[in-house]
Design a binder for this molecule. Structure first.
Ligand code: HEC
Ligand code: HEC
Ligand code: HEC
Ligand code: HEC
Ligand code: HEC
Length: 400
């Protein structure tokens, strides 16, 4: 692990030159004023190749594989491994990619496996008709790995130093030429490159992914709470979201009440810095049902309220059917009348991948040749999407 000081100095010098670029203005988020001091090319997608690492670096320093970063950053690696970023080269994605041409596939990989080296590995495997074999796609299998966020031309970028808040090049040029600490790692703009589509792609005024814009308009943004504040507490690399029961519960407040007329389930988006849910893919359903004398649900009494942005693709265009999502601070109330019942049950049902399960994957399974690799991967994705639902806030209320 030894190297010549001169190379390190040169590296740090070029790293600073990079940050001092005149382009030091706005994030490359089309249609959105990022308003942050991040160089435009940090997240200009597709990412360019890293190029040759300094010749004296050890194999582990040169490596773009997250497990190699994990040799020295074990905690971050273990967290990242459990995240959806690590699983972004999923069966639902690959099942589509293997049917695309190179250009279409690259457009998806920009966000799902963003390194130029990942696109190359995936294309080589695909050219050999092995794009569907995880062990053949090389680096692409790591999805959104450490280098996608932390490396540009092999230079390591990271947040201000923990504890001191220091920015700039680390004094200690220990492994990988040290680190350049920059403020934008702590800002929502850092996440927007992949979590915000451009306004030109809007459907009924709102892009399919509009998370950054929703956040900008939220009270949390006004208080300075960034995406990282909720999704990376203590800098942990877990990125929990709609697929995680505790995370979803942490952002909502449920209240139950009853009077002589009926019972009410009131749900508030009390702690989510964007719409609940932010994407078109999840569906949340508030449920209430009367129970019979044995405590069994009487299905003829069931009432529901769907919380979802519903879009459909028809005649070559996206159309918004409805949008009942809860913006930050908004509340929705579901009421059930007593009738002759003495007891009701209420709960919130979360289907994180509803749109994929019932729209995208059903359509693909109809169109793809039966028995093809693509059809098998999509069937696997559909099974997974259908199995991910869960209940929150389940409660029984007695007639007063
Ligand atoms: C051989 C061990 C080693 C490997 C491999 C390694 N790192 Fe590091 N890394 C370190 C050390 C030691 C530091 C502290 C450097 C300093 O403070 O100057 C560090 C610092 C960092 C920091 C800044 C942390 C802080 O305290 O602010 C980031 C971010 C980082 N590395 C990312 C990576 C990524 C991404 C990879 C893989 C592409 C990687 N590292 C591979 C040893 C390693
Ligand atoms: C601008 C970045 C971006 C691009 C480009 C992009 N995606 Fe995604 N994709 C996301 C994000 C963010 C999510 C997670 C949120 C969601 O479910 O919508 C996601 C989720 C998915 C999922 C569901 C989760 C999974 O991995 O099974 C599939 C399938 C998917 N994308 C396929 C595609 C395909 C196919 C393309 C290319 C036509 C594509 N994506 C292009 C950002 C992107
Ligand atoms: C999606 C982007 C993304 C990916 C992928 C990612 N990181 Fe990070 N990383 C960040 C951000 C953003 C921060 C700063 C978070 C903050 O300040 O709240 C950070 C912080 C860090 C730090 C500093 C932690 C500290 O305690 O000061 C290290 C070290 C690090 N990352 C290493 C890694 C390693 C190793 C991997 C892969 C296993 C990885 N990161 C994957 C975005 C990412
Ligand atoms: C005040 C806390 C908070 C802030 C700030 C916040 N989130 Fe979330 N986010 C949550 C909670 C809680 C959930 C789980 C409930 C849900 O899915 O809406 C969530 C869910 C998500 C999801 C899951 C998909 C979905 O449809 O809901 C994504 C993706 C996401 N957030 C990205 C972001 C990004 C990107 C930012 C910054 C632009 C951000 N979040 C800011 C709390 C926050
Ligand atoms: C390089 C593109 C990229 C960047 C940068 C990125 N994400 Fe993601 N993110 C994705 C994709 C793609 C997915 C979906 C992965 C999948 O399920 O296949 C995702 C998934 C998520 C999820 C899980 C959503 C769920 O459905 O539960 C959260 C939360 C999230 N990202 C938050 C963040 C935050 C916060 C940042 C900034 C620190 C960030 N992301 C930066 C592309 C990115």
């Amino acid at each position: 692990m030894t190297r010549r000081i001169s190379t390190i100095a040169a590296l740090i010098a070029t790293a600073f030159a990079f940050v001092a670029l005149p382009a030091f203005a706005q994030a490359p988020v089309a249609g959105v004023d990022a308003g942050a001091a991040m160089p435009a090319d940090y997240w200009r997608l597709p990412l360019g190749p890293q190029g040759a690492p300094p010749p004296e670096w050890s194999d582990v320093e040169r490596s773009l594989a997250p497990k190699d970063c994990g040799q020295c950053h074990a905690d971050r690696f273990e967290e990242w491994q459990t995240s959806l970023h690590a699983k972004a080269l999923s069966p639902g994605l690959v099942g589509q990619l293997v049917t695309f041409d190179g250009e279409q596939a690259s457009a998806c990989l920009e966000c799902h496996a963003p390194l130029a080296e990942q696109r190359q590995d995936f294309e080589s495997a695909r050219a050999a008709n092995e794009g569907h074999v995880p062990a053949r796609v090389g680096l692409a299998a790591s999805g959104i790995g450490c280098p996608a966020c932390h490396l540009r031309a092999h230079r390591r970028f990271g947040p201000p130093q923990r504890g001191t808040g220091t920015v700039g090049a680390s004094a200690d040029a220990a492994p990988h030429g040290g680190i350049l600490r920059v403020p934008w790692f702590e800002k929502s703009e850092f996440c927007a490159a992949c979590h915000q589509f451009s306004q030109e792609q809007a459907i009924n005024g709102k892009p399919l992914q509009n998370t950054y814009a929703e956040w900008r308009a939220s009270p949390q943004a006004g208080q300075g709470i960034q995406c990282q504040g909720c999704h990376m507490p203590d800098r942990r690399h877990l990125w929990r979201g709609i697929h995680d029961r505790e995370m979803v519960a942490s952002g909502l407040t449920a209240r139950f009440s009853a009077d002589s007329r009926g019972a009410r389930f009131q749900l508030t988006n009390s702690g989510i810095g964007h719409a609940f849910p932010t994407y078109v893919t999840p569906k949340a359903v508030m449920n209430a049902v009367a129970l019979d004398a044995r405590g069994q649900p009487r299905t003829d009494t069931a009432v529901t309220a769907v919380i979802q942005r519903r879009v459909v693709y028809e005649n070559d265009a996206w159309i918004e059917r409805s949008d009942t999502r809860l913006l930050p601070g908004e509340t929705v109330v579901l009421e059930i009348l007593w009738g002759d019942a003495q007891r009701v049950r209420m709960w919130l049902e979360i289907h994180p991948d509803d749109f994929y399960d019932h729209d995208v994957y059903d359509d693909l399974l109809r169109d793809l040749p039966q028995g093809s690799h693509a059809a098998r991967l999509i069937a696997e994705a559909k099974t997974h999407a259908g199995a991910g639902h869960f209940r929150l806030f389940e409660t029984e209320i007695k007639r007063p």
